[in-house]
Design a protein around this ligand. Structure first.
Ligand code: UDX
Ligand code: UDX
Length: 456
């Protein structure tokens, strides 16, 4: 059994994953290294820099026992038998493939640090989502050294979702490990299988070749996002025809071949993975001359952009075609509930479009206000922030609910209504609230994919 594990990258994936490995493998020394010293200090103090339900308990159970965080990446590389790479791979914002391909500069720098500091035999595990066949590039970089170390490279994509990371890690539907189909490759795969087998039933640990593992991650996210875009496309038809997307989703989802998950219509998907991974897939298809396949997947992202635009269009139409100087309370900025993460959150685009209409926007969110302030730093004086939703809604013409925070269900809507301008509008971008009850209170209610409940 492996005795020492290093993970490079203490982000949303690296931190929680290593905390759970440390919990289930007390005999293994687990180190998480990151170039960002502030992040390292936060993790090491037991107050992680990310919000994730249940994380603090799992973290503190192992901190100081067999789990530690460090900024000394080079030293940590020397000491580890198995090295996970979990640095971020954002969409490239420059040059060839800009807006689609993955920006691999952090990942390549990390590979080079491993090469410079490693001695003996190391198993390198890709955790970052990467374009298909990147492991091959990793292998070429690592084999380019002077022979001081020998490497086996595995791909072990992470399927956790934010907000449920700990539960997803504790009871994964599957763990996927890709490796070379050689004796060394199989031995490396087995070493990683042994780690997960401490808490995951063996039949849920799937082993494949490296490229299948890499492609599976992109394909899984593309399938999930495609379901969301499909139901959002249906919501557009519902709004035009008077059908109700909740009823349609229930009818569709009851078919066992289709299933009920990921059929919630909303203001659009966000998060660091869906759009990025689909665009990666599109780039891969184009690279291989599969243009129709590329267009097929690209339409999932196109539909998602449309959904965000449609949401603002509907607000504009309902509010007499002008938002200028109207106060809009935006309830929720995170890309989903139970996270402070706002990467690619639909709220970013919606707020920008509202501001472009010269609305005055006040954003509230239980976890994501620090990130929201960064995302909209250039927005100017029409934008404000309020931790308290009642404060955000005071004197507002409308509430736009953009994140499915559970606590928004528990709000006192009579009190909110009383403090707002009339006629008061509520645009529920997540179909979270009981529209009929809000209508009885006095709101004009617009939910996604449902007929409006309006007195106007
Ligand atoms: C992960 C995966 O790595 C990414 O490929 C996947 O698509 C989404 O999930 P995530 O953990 O969410 O990324 O990223 P982030 O929270 O940004 O964490 C990455 C960490 O790596 C950061 O703390 C950053 O400081 C660190 N990093 C980055 C390094 O330590 N070295 C680098 O060279 C670059
Ligand atoms: C996703 C994948 O689920 C996970 O397996 C992968 O490892 C990373 O990407 P994540 O982005 O954290 O996880 O969250 P997810 O729960 O998948 O939600 C993504 C977005 O889709 C959110 O904005 C969410 O609000 C939206 N969504 C999801 C819908 O609009 N409707 C749904 O029915 C489900």
């Amino acid at each position: 059994m492996i005795k020492s594990i290093l993970c490079i990258g203490a982000g949303y994936v690296g931190g929680p994953t290593m905390a759970v490995i440390a919990k289930h493998c007390p005999e293994v020394q687990v180190v998480v290294a990151d170039i960002n010293a502030d992040r390292v200090a936060a993790w090491q103090s037991g107050h992680p820099p990310i919000y994730e339900p249940g994380l603090v308990d799992v973290l503190n159970a192992s901190l100081g026992r067999n789990l530690r965080f460090t900024a000394d990446i080079d030293g940590a590389i020397r000491d580890a038998e198995m090295i996970f790479v979990s640095v971020n791979t954002p969409t490239k914002a420059f040059g060839r493939g800009s807006g689609k391909a993955a920006d691999l500069q952090y990942w390549e720098k990390t590979a080079r640090s491993i090469l410079q500091n490693a001695q003996g035999h190391k198993i390198v595990v890709e955790k970052s989502t990467l374009p298909v066949r990147t492991a091959e590039a990793m292998e070429r970089i690592l084999q380019s050294g002077n022979g001081g170390a020998r490497f086996d490279i595995l791909s072990n994509p992470e399927f956790l979702a934010e907000g449920t990371a700990i539960a997803d890690l504790e009871q994964p539907d599957r763990v996927l490990i890709g490796g070379a189909e050689t004796a060394d490759g199989r031995a490396a795969i087995e070493a990683l299988v042994e780690v997960y087998a401490k808490w995951v039933p063996r039949e849920r640990i799937l082993t494949t070749n490296v490229w299948s593992a890499e492609l599976s991650k992109l394909a899984a996210n593309a399938f999930l996002a495609q379901r969301v875009s499909s139901i959002n496309a249906v919501s557009a038809i519902c709004e035009s025809t008077g059908a109700n997307v909740l009823e349609v989703a229930r009818a569709i989802g009851s078919d066992r071949r289709i299933g009920a998950s990921f059929l919630k219509a909303g203001v659009g998907f966000g998060g660091s993975c869906f759009q990025k991974d689909i665009l990666n897939l599109v780039y891969l298809c184009e690279h291989h001359g599969l243009d129709e396949v590329a267009r097929y997947w690209e339409s999932v992202v196109t539909m998602n952009q449309l959904q965000k635009r449609r949401f603002v269009d509907r607000m504009l139409r309902a509010m007499f075609n002008t938002l200028a100087d109207k106060r809009i309370a935006v309830f929720g900025f995170a890309f989903k509930a139970d996270t402070g993460d706002t990467r690619d959150s639909p709220a970013i685009q919606v707020c920008r479009e509202l501001l472009a209409e010269q609305a005055r926007v006040c954003v509230t969110d239980p976890q994501a206000l620090p990130a929201a302030r960064r995302d909209l730093a250039d927005a100017g004086p029409r934008l404000s922030f309020a931790p308290d939703p009642y404060e955000a809604a005071r004197s507002a013409h409308a509430i736009a609910l953009l994140t499915d925070w559970h606590e928004y269900r528990e709000l006192d809507f009579e009190r909110l209504y009383a403090s707002m301008q009339k006629p008061a509008f509520l645009f529920d971008g997540r179909n979270l609230l009981e529209a009929e009850r809000l209508y009885e209170i006095g709101f004009n209610v617009y939910s996604i994919g449902r007929p409006p409940l309006s007195r106007l």
